[in-house]
Design a protein around this ligand. Sequence first.
Ligand SMILES: C[S@@+](CC[C@H](N)C(=O)[O-])C[C@H]1O[C@@H](n2cnc3c(N)ncnc32)[C@H](O)[C@@H]1O
Length: 414
Amino acid sequence: MPLAKFESMLKRTMGLDIQSIGRPMLERALQERQGSCGVADLDAYWLLLQMSEQEQLQLIESVIVPETWFFRNREAFQEMVQLQQRWPRLISASQPLRILSLPCSTGEEPYSIAMALLDAGVPPQHFQIDAIDISPQSLHVARQAVYGKNSFRGEYLSFRDRYFALNEQGYALSETVRQQVRFAQSNLFAADLLAGQAPYDIIFCRNLLIYFDRATQHQAVTILIRRLAPEGLVFVGPAESALMMLHELTPIKAPMAFAFRQGAPKPEVARTAAPPLAAYVPQTQVRTPRAAVTRTAQARPAAGSAAQQQSPVSLTAAQLLADQGKLSEAAALCEQFIRQHGASAAAYYLMAVIHDAADRKQAAADCYRKALYLEPSHADAMTHLAALLQTMGDHAGAKLLQQRARRSTENNPS
Ligand SMILES: C[S@@+](CC[C@H](N)C(=O)[O-])C[C@H]1O[C@@H](n2cnc3c(N)ncnc32)[C@H](O)[C@@H]1O
């Protein structure tokens, strides 16, 4: 039976581009739903679907990708807490800071926002987080706020000791953090989305736009911009930042945070070439997602090599160019970095993210693989490559990687 009408229904209702998850996943979801509803075939299931909003929601539940974890892309949270300069009213608390996490999935993202702000010393009454997702099942988990090992990935896990208590069910989040977040079920494209709500100072909309086609992505970004306060910031996922540059949004100069503010880049900035790279080279050690990258001056290229004649570059410089949407320059700088310093998982991971953002799928996949060869437990490279392989139609490869990522988390719980 042709699946086209199911695909269009999912696109119409939730924006999903089926290419992004792969047709086999839809086929499995339909088989499962048909079985649960006890109807004879897909024609009968289609009729049922037309009559029942509840069943539409059930089908949506079986095609969503709820993948998330605490402090995913932690640079975004680090940037967000640099608030004092941007929002002086935080100190006065006359108006609490308004934050939106959409989609929030099972709650790890909005709770991470709350923990980051509390850690930065922002009093609880100075901010409020609204967290929205289309999936009632994910929201149920979010409201329970008890998490398993898979929600804690990477090496920075000290927050777990401070904000969670281990019980038989898992890690239970403290009430202090829970009370900062209000959950609600909604669809980003619902006509009544956030009706009557004031604009938000900060919007996190990460790892959702990748499931939409180009036209739907633009529609989604327009909806988000309408909800953003004039001085507000919007955070997106690593593979979604190039898209933001097509709208009236300007990247914040914060490597790997993927944060944007309203307004097109200032004409003089847009017209002139990138500032000299020396201006970007940080004075201190910088951390990329998985590995610490020491200052470039410490590395010595081979005597007489071509690399020696070029000024030393850093990955931070490449990250900044990427954040500004200068993807070709950023990729070139990564290549230069590898020539000067040798291969590293951090450099190949960044190059992969840049290729991914520029929709150069094969080049991105090759670089993710190189990063994984150099650092087999690189969690971000695994999950990004798995998502990319899905969009490239390699579902078996994607599944193997997801299993590997799960095993890796189980074997390295902290
Ligand atoms: C991969 S998770 C991202 C969660 C989190 N933002 C993060 O980056 O870790 C994607 C989430 O998008 C939700 N979703 C998909 N389509 C949606 C829509 N049209 N409106 C609201 N949420 C949606 C799914 O239910 C799923 O929980």
